[in-house]
Design a protein around this ligand. Structure first.
Ligand SMILES: CC(C)(COP(=O)(O)OP(=O)(O)OC[C@H]1O[C@@H](n2cnc3c(N)ncnc32)[C@H](O)[C@@H]1OP(=O)(O)O)[C@@H](O)C(=O)NCCC(=O)NCCS
Length: 191
């Protein structure tokens, strides 16, 4: 891995030529294409057969209160965005200012190679050490074993089953609510 650019030197397992960096507005179309691609959209709430342009405006906007990262395969032929992950504000409420939602997607040909781990570690370092996010929450289809394994490896716990959560290929599928609380929240010095 050509190291994560934006912060610390914590362990980041070297692997192939995958670079993890901040998403830029110029990545919007590639991220949108990834989100809508077969083998990825089914596990999320994205729709099939949607125009790439339908998500471009959203991904072109930079939100400095959140992190949005991409995993890039860099070869002599150029760059390919093979994964994306980010946090998003759940409610526009000061009382939920400590919480963020998490989304993550890896392109189907690149799944199962540890890229999800790399993106998750980078997102969590940003959240824990730089943004002071105290609670991260997500929903995941209850039969998405790979995603659940990834989340549990990174400290998420199951909070409950959301029945008939979303329509997936003609069937209402259950989802798990999962969350991770900051393992070691920063504290203020004594006055
Ligand atoms: C779910 C997803 C993000 C995981 O990322 P990934 O890069 O494929 O996963 P990783 O290679 O980092 O592996 C994650 C863990 O799952 C394990 N795993 C892999 N395949 C698995 C399977 N079929 N069942 C259970 N665990 C599996 C891996 O061994 C690894 O665990 P480890 O810590 O013991 O090594 C990715 O597969 C994806 O984007 N899928 C489609 C979209 C999606 O479902 N997004 C999640 C929406 S909530």
């Amino acid at each position: 891995l050509r190291e994560i650019q934006f912060m610390d030197t914590q362990a980041n397992t070297p692997a192939s030529s995958i670079l993890i960096r901040a998403a830029e507005p110029t990545d919007a179309a590639a991220i949108s294409a990834l989100m809508g691609s077969e083998g990825t959209f089914e596990g999320t709430l994205q729709m099939p057969l949607m125009a790439v342009a339908s998500r471009v405006e959203r991904f072109s906007k930079i939100d400095i209160t959140n992190v949005h990262l991409v995993a890039v395969s860099a070869t002599d032929a150029g760059e390919e965005i093979v994964g994306a992950a980010g946090l998003f504000q759940l409610h526009n409420s000061l009382r939920r200012a400590h919480a963020r939602g998490l989304g993550i997607t890896i392109a189907s040909g690149w799944q199962g190679q540890g890229i999800g781990h790399q993106l998750m570690a980078a997102v969590l370092r940003w959240a824990d050490n730089w943004a002071g996010v105290l609670r991260i929450e997500l929903t995941v289809f209850a039969d998405n074993a790979r995603a659940i394994t990834l989340y549990e490896r990174h400290g998420f716990v199951r909070e409950g089953v959301m029945r008939a959560f979303a329509l997936r290929d003609g069937i209402f599928a259950d989802a798990l609510a999962m969350s991770r609380l900051h393992p070691n929240p920063p504290t203020l010095p004594k006055p």
